[in-house]
Ligand binder design. Sequence first.
Ligand SMILES: Nc1nc2c(c(=O)[nH]1)N[C@H]1C(S)=C(S)[C@@H](COP(=O)(O)O)O[C@H]1N2
Ligand SMILES: [Mo]
Length: 322
Amino acid sequence: MSLRDALRIPLREITDEAVYRERRHLVAALMAAPALGITGCSRAEAPPPPGKPLDPTRLKAGFGTREERTTFQDASTYNNFYEFGTGKADPSRAPKTLRTSPWTVAVGGACAKPGRVSLDDLLRGQKPEERVYRLRCVEGWSMVIPWLGVPLGEVLKRFQPSSKAKYVAFTTLNDRKQMPGQSYPSLDWPYREGLRIDEAMHPLTLLATGMYGKALPQQNGAPLRLVVPWKYGFKSIKSIVAITFTEKRPLTSWNEMASDEYGFFSNVNPAVDHPRWSQKTERRIAGTGSKLFADRIPTRAFNGYGDQVASLYAGMDLRKWY
Ligand SMILES: Nc1nc2c(c(=O)[nH]1)N[C@H]1C(S)=C(S)[C@@H](COP(=O)(O)O)O[C@H]1N2
Ligand SMILES: [Mo]
């Protein structure tokens, strides 16, 4: 297979192990060859967070939207959750094999109060609130979903992160009996994601336990997932079992798979195309219209949450830190 062909395989179609390995190999080779002009920055550290204060009125404007909502039916049947298959309909059709109770989350790393806690303990003292957020998938569709959750930062504070906590790493459950898709090398399991500490503490970042007033369905990441509305959907990791404060930028699944296509930050940015497709528009799945032929609308910087989050990236070249 030529290098060009290898890079053109849509990730969702990679189920054949040989192709997968060859592709990873090629990507690794590319990364080691700066002469080829690859702009990935996986080895350099991000600049430190600037830490600007947020205006409360502007902040609140991000907690809701008047845009037409996606129906529960669409939001729960058109999913990305490779642990239950790589097709959009696979996760909703999968048998309900995930045991969501009891559920524990291990919180550790650079903090004064690490611990393995039950989901109830993790959320203790927090009242779930509803936030209607847009979520835009890197593949080009977006939805408007009423989430139920608590601000991640409020939860993290209780574990008393130290000054060494520059990032927060998240890990999905790793159990192929409960997550049959993990029997296939579609990704390097378990699924991992990460945020810079200021992104994790940002009031918009939600630790979600429900949507549409109900507990999360299995296919949407039960019992606990992230929703980071200004970043491409894959940053919103599902079925979280571990949260770790780290000093170094953590590995993330999609960045590891193809660092030229998926950066660590992955802020929604219509000005930076994915190497294999444009990010300028999105297919908005909302109301009762067709989800496959939904209208395309322009994608906005930071998915429309620039007023709330752009200051986190002041001075950063967002073409470099994609
Ligand atoms: N563990 C895990 N989390 C995941 C994924 C996944 O495959 N595994 N897919 C991501 C992607 S690509 C998207 S777009 C969103 C989709 O969330 P939704 O199905 O609830 O809309 O989940 C993200 N979280
Ligand atoms: Mo996605």
